[in-house]
Design a protein around this ligand. Sequence first.
Ligand code: TXD
Length: 319
Amino acid sequence: MSRKKIALIGAGNIGGTLAHLAAIKELGDIVLFDVVEGVPQGKALDLSQCGPIEGFDAKITGTNDYADIAGADVIIVTAGVARKPGMSRDDLLGINLKVMKAVGEGIKANAPDAFVICITNPLDAMVWALREFSGLPHNKVVGMAGVLDSARFSHFLAEEFQVSVRDVNSFVLGGHGDTMVPVVEYSTVAGIPIPDLIEQGRSTKERIDAIVQRTRSGGGEIVGLLKTGSAYYAPATSGIAMAEAYLNDQKRLLPCAAYVEGKYGVDGLYVGVPVVIGAGGVEQIVEIKLDDEAKANLQVSVDAVKELLVACKGIDPSL
Ligand code: TXD
């Protein structure tokens, strides 16, 4: 049985980290694609030389030619520009929408059977545009944001409660922006809901609210510290978790930007919701009960995503 094939469109900070993680985990052969000549080829050669040390035989190649992604099982898209201090994710829309058009056409022509994970920002609009441009089935195109935002939330909660991150499970729904919805009621430590831990005096509502806010601005906090770009280790780790769920048919229940038709009062939009990812791609969309505040917050997030789509259609009338 031949190895799986993973194509990484964008060989920048996240793309290179994706390739490194996929190689170490031996998820399959890896093709790094970028428009900049030399970068994918150089990173592929450097990563290949990790093989003798780590003991992986994954074939890693770099290319500037979409034909080389032919037959990919999984495609992870990070192509585009990242934020710099003072920029919002939405500021990237004009440039990255054009990139998604090129990427979508490349995928359509060379790997129409792939499971596509979009990471490029503004995520909720870019994953929708990528699906439109590629023409792939909606359940085979998904956006990575909630896994990262939930990981940030879980990291802060583990610090707050002084417990292992292994025992923290948290949910962040909605868009990948300031309107994201960290759902405290469904976040737990070893199955104990956060509100119960507050009742036990293990924390306070104010401290948890501050953690929710820090999660919302988690990306901006790192952009402000790095100054030259945005986060890439945790975003890459999040994308790999989703790729693994597909490649190994893990039926993971993960918060992802998925195409929602009818559930959560959303009709025909990509938004961050709990989904089951397995060999069929997005196999289920799970509708959890939300209290009025979470419902209202999710609606704000949905409205923000809708505004981004209007902006996309204004830029590219073919959408
Ligand atoms: O949770 C999330 N979804 C976000 C996503 C988390 C962090 C970063 N987020 C976004 O991912 C970020 O705002 C960017 O839009 C993407 C990629 O971030 P990264 O940090 O990897 O950006 P880099 O290092 O600038 O890499 C982008 C690469 C770079 O090598 C460019 O040459 C390449 O994209 N690029 C292209 N590749 C293919 N095709 C085209 N047209 C193209 N244009 C640029």
